[in-house]
Design a protein. Structure first.
Length: 285
């Protein structure tokens, strides 16, 4: 059964001309500033003229592009033109696990560069590294493997040869954070000093951290690509803040579960079957 991303939201925003209908919202853990919020609305809303955002009931609290933390509550969006919600598709994804031998150089390269979870800062001890023990740490793809056609269409490769398994498309993460990252529940904003944003309740205490410099050293030719972080962040805003949010799917099916039925009877069944098929075909290549 999919989980609802709107559950627990403590910030909501509305079209001031239709104040009873929620356009969307977010879970504010403390790191989202007023400037961040307005930039998120730039992604979510389409207008022909500038917007003005005001805290509902305040009478005067206009949101500005400052580093003031965004307060909890309801916000009205005013505009002299029509406000439309961006219908840009979001890219569903499975967990970006190693499904064929083609990913082994990627995994080894990400481990060698990072040696720690670059979001939480938790280090894999030297003794474990020397003995090849990486349990609890996973090399995560920023851009999903199964969307390789979209990768090529977005011109992330300039010579026509896919490099989706480039180390620049990877980060070392703790396993739990990797799952959240693949579900767009946590992301990194490269345009705000690489700040980590958690779009769910921050039970791991990582909201507001800064992406570790070890993976983004400009002098390292294998540093994480800002364009890919920017893509993931945009996807996270669309998935979590637009309307009620996109579904969060369960991938841990207990023994005896009819996985086919669970997928068939849930939302986005066709897309989920395609993702599962792509993953299994990839493992056979």
């Amino acid at each position: 059964m999919p989980f609802d991303r709107s559950f627990g939201r403590n910030v909501h925003f509305y079209d001031a001309s239709v104040p009873d209908i929620t356009l969307g919202g977010l879970f504010q853990n403390g790191s989202v500033t007023e400037a961040n919020f307005l930039a998120m609305l730039d992604i979510l809303l389409i207008t022909e003229t500038p917007i003005r955002v005001q805290e509902r009931g305040s009478g005067h609290n206009i949101i500005t592009r400052t580093n003031t933390p965004l307060g909890l509550g309801e916000y009205d969006v005013y505009c002299d033109s029509l406000i439309s919600v961006n219908s840009e598709p979001w890219v569903q994804r499975l967990r970006s696990c190693n499904v064929s031998g083609r990913e082994e150089p990627f995994e080894n390269g990400v481990r060698l560069r990072d040696r720690k979870c670059v979001i939480s800062g938790v280090v894999n001890p030297r003794s474990r590294v020397e003995n090849g023990v990486w349990a609890g740490f996973e090399a995560a793809h920023i851009f999903p493997l199964h969307a390789e056609d979209l990768w090529i269409n977005n011109h992330y490769d300039t010579n026509g040869v896919s490099k989706i398994n480039s180390i620049q498309n990877g980060m070392l993460l703790q396993a739990s954070i990797h799952q959240m990252f693949d579900q767009y529940m946590v992301s990194v904003n490269p345009d705000d000093s690489y700040k980590v944003i958690v779009f769910d309740e921050d039970y791991l205490g990582i909201d507001g951290r800064v992406l570790d410099p070890v993976c983004r050293d400009a002098d390292d030719v294998h540093h994480v690509a800002d364009d890919l972080l920017r893509w993931h962040y945009r996807q996270s805003v669309l998935a979590n803040m637009r309307g009620a949010g996109e579904p969060i799917f369960e991938h841990d099916f207990p023994p005896g579960t009819d996985m086919v039925r669970e997928i068939r009877e849930g939302p986005c069944a066709k897309e989920r079957f395609e993702l599962e098929l792509a993953a299994r075909l990839g493992a056979a290549v």
